[in-house]
Design a binder for this molecule. Sequence first.
Ligand code: SF4
Ligand code: SF4
Length: 355
Amino acid sequence: MQDDLTEMTDIAAVCAAIGIDALGVVKATPLQSYDIYREIIARGVPPQLEYLARNADCRRDFDAILPGTKSIVCCACTLPVFRAETACRYARFCAFGDYHLMMREKLLKLDAYLRANYPIQNSRICVDSAPVLERELAVHAGLGDIGFNRMLIHHDFGSFIALAELFVDADLTECADPPAYHVRREATEAWIPGHHGCCDPAHRRCSSACPTGALSDHGYDMNKCLAYWTTQHKGDIPEPYATAMGEMIWGCDRCQNACPRNLNAPRPCVATSTLDTLAFDEILSLSARQLRKRLANSPLADANPHMLVRNTCIAIGNARVSKYSEQLGTIAATHTCDWVRRAAERALTMTGECS
Ligand code: SF4
Ligand code: SF4
């Protein structure tokens, strides 16, 4: 396939063949959101997010990622949706298979095409693999603007997109024909969250839909966000957040589901996922090792099994489903992790199986 791609001349055809929905290029110049990032880190981040503070200078110095970086190719791919019959409820990014592997494969093909058609000697693919302020890069590359919900919102595809970058040692912005696909140049302030393109400030639907108050005029508070509590936090989930999870067992998405700018996005494809058949009772009965094996090659391949069992217990409690009482009882009595045991006890209490 790569041989065919390198002979193509139309970037739209190349992107379509690879499965990239939008692509733009930005010159490697300092980013404005670096200072905001430093302020957030200085205010303190939860222990499980301390990795955000590591290699801080890489977010400002592109040479730390690829020496001689002259421009960055930003790519976006729309996320599929789960099949309606999927047993459990997850945030939509989980429908994308092994996201890191899939995006890397796409960018490897893109890299081969660009090297054959542009004066690139060195390049590096980033799919969450290096500290990059990717949303501001994406804005400057013309892929969209930042919504009040802090998501990158593409003008056609909305915010349910995955981003990845290709750092290259050639300034593609100065080429006669810079690669571009589904891009639209926005005002330079578009990287400021909610700067424009958002709904009436009096009726911000993302903020209204957020069950925890994580989105407010004071900004985005990751300490209140269910995406943090369910996918990053190892420990007890405090009661207001546990209740707010509803039946979601990984992530949240409510602020994106409520956003009117997602309503006009093209109908997404429906994914077939290894998660489709993963049911509550299987999560409750498998050992940590078995769960890891079961989730291999899925978006939850790196998920902490204890966190998944904890979240499942909470979701069962929230749904007041009593048929899992035997498994919950076993977990409450024997699980090696104390916060998983407490989540099972909570579920038993909520389902009336324990007083
Ligand atoms: S819901 Fe409204 S305010 Fe929130 S990101 Fe979407 S358009 Fe912007
Ligand atoms: S992911 Fe959920 S908890 Fe986090 S900001 Fe969005 S709606 Fe609020």
